[in-house]
Design a protein around this ligand. Structure first.
Ligand code: NAP
Ligand code: MG
Length: 405
């Protein structure tokens, strides 16, 4: 069999611990036998980040910007405990995802992988709900204070031109608590652009909700910028693809999401996205079945699993145990990257390969062959065979070979 051809390389960002082991197995069993794989490889493993003073993370992010599609393995974000575990670390390096997000100016979209044999807690959800969370500002870059006597707080903006604007926040008759928030028009616009880009790439409707009835100016600005971007840039493409951009008040959105069948993208402000993404993820089932895509306003996409490096399993692996770590989200990071690369480069066989990887994985799960994290989630009476990661990947590889034959 001829291997599937690639033209532009993928940016491959390797990572840490158990996910690094899965990464190698996925390449060996599911990719290299079928694809003439072209990647620009960056080792984002903690020790290599340390050896390069984290330059490798910056280089990888810039490569993603240049080539347009990246796939990333989970990585350790060092904390104090990790500094003890790895005494060679010269600094508590920043979160690689944070660094990459800042360089790509991107928005992270989190999507669950759904299976007929695992029912979401919300009975009528049939298709995934993808959450897009704005990742800048509001409460997350706010200043707060407590005051202990009657008085007045004002809000003053001093422009570089010398112009000034002052508002009275409130006059209080006793102790009070205060918070000053902001967001930047450029960040809101980049968020809107990423959302419209991703909706078009996924061919799914986009919902956006804020509390603009109460927060008329602040949230009103979010609503206005989304509308402006939609009308000026994306409406024609949405109409061509039969997609809907739907704005509604957040209260209304929450009710509609619960009653919906799923299958759309829900864009949310920073705090709303923080809260709702945990709710939606939990209702769909398992962290090991959640993918994440970072989308920049220019359409650059970086695919990864939402979970971390699964440290507990890695220590078992180091002792020689075969672990039952679920590779699904990491497989879907690769398949997502192949599909996107194939679409951008006009390589239908590469798109089909990504689809075949996903279908082979889902069919394996549907046949009851799954890792241990899932066996407790399936519907009652569904017959399961619990396997380790390697056995699972062998089963997927066999199905994939059949599909591609
Ligand atoms: P984690 O790696 O997501 O694992 C937490 C627990 O969730 C695991 O111990 C395991 O539960 C379960 N789990 C997660 N993924 C699984 C999978 N694929 N298959 C089976 N079970 C899975 O989170 P963590 O332990 O909090 O973080 C570990 C490291 O990952 C940290 O150093 C953190 O900095 C890093 N991290 C990286 C990213 C990223 O790169 N995107 C994201 C989050 C965390 P059981 O132990 O009960 O089996
Ligand atoms: Mg949260």
């Amino acid at each position: 069999m001829d291997k599937i051809r690639m033209t532009t390389p993928l940016v491959e960002m390797d990572g840490d611990e158990m996910t690094r082991i899965l990464w190698g197995m996925i390449k060996e069993k599911l990719i290299l036998p079928f694809v003439d794989l072209k990647t620009e490889y960056y080792d984002l493993g903690l020790l290599h980040r340390n050896a390069t003073k984290d330059q490798v993370t910056i280089d990888a992010a810039n490569a993603a910007k240049r080539l347009g599609v990246a796939v990333k393995c989970a990585t350790i974000t060092p904390n104090r405990q990790r500094m003890e575990e790895y005494p060679e670390l010269t600094e508590m390096w920043k979160s690689p995802n944070g660094t990459i997000r800042a360089i790509l100016d991107g928005t992270a979209f989190r999507a669950p992988i759904v299976l007929p044999c695992i029912h979401p807690v919300v009975k009528n959800w049939e298709a995934p709900i993808t959450i897009a969370r704005h990742a800048y500002g509001d409460m997350y870059k706010a200043v707060d204070m407590v005051t202990d006597e009657p008085g007045t707080t004002t809000l003053t903006f001093k422009g570089e031109s010398g112009a000034e604007k002052t508002l009275t926040v409130q006059t209080v008759d006793g102790p009070a608590v205060w918070q000053g928030q902001h967001n930047k028009e450029a960040s809101i616009r980049a968020f809107a652009q990423s959302c419209f880009q991703y909706a078009i790439a996924q061919k799914q409707d986009l919902w956006f909700s804020t509390k603009d009835t109460i927060s008329k100016v602040y949230d009103g600005e979010f609503k206005r910028i989304f509308e402006e971007e939609y009308e000026n840039t994306y409406q024609a493409e949405f109409e061509k693809l039969g997609l809907t951009y739907f704005y509604t008040l957040i209260d209304d959105a929450v009710a509609r999401v619960i009653h919906s069948k799923g299958g759309f993208i829900w864009a949310l402000k920073n705090y709303d996205g923080d809260v709702m993404s945990d709710m939606v993820a939990t209702a769909f089932g398992s962290l090991a079945m959640m993918t994440s895509v970072l989308v920049s306003p220019d359409g650059t996409m970086e695919f990864e699993a939402s979970h971390g490096t699964v440290t507990r399993h890695y220590y078992k692996y180091l002792k020689g145990e075969k672990t039952s770590t679920n590779p699904i989200a990491t497989i879907f990071a690769w398949s997502g990257a192949f599909k996107r690369r194939g679409e951008l480069d006009g390589l239908p066989d590469l798109v089909k390969f990504g689809e075949a990887m996903e279908a082979a994985s889902l069919e394996t799960l549907e046949s009851g062959v799954m890792t241990k994290d899932l066996t407790g989630l399936v519907d009652e009476g569904f017959p399961v065979t619990a396997v380790n990661s390697e056995e699972f990947l062998d089963a997927v590889a066999a199905r994939l070979a059949e599909k591609l034959a």
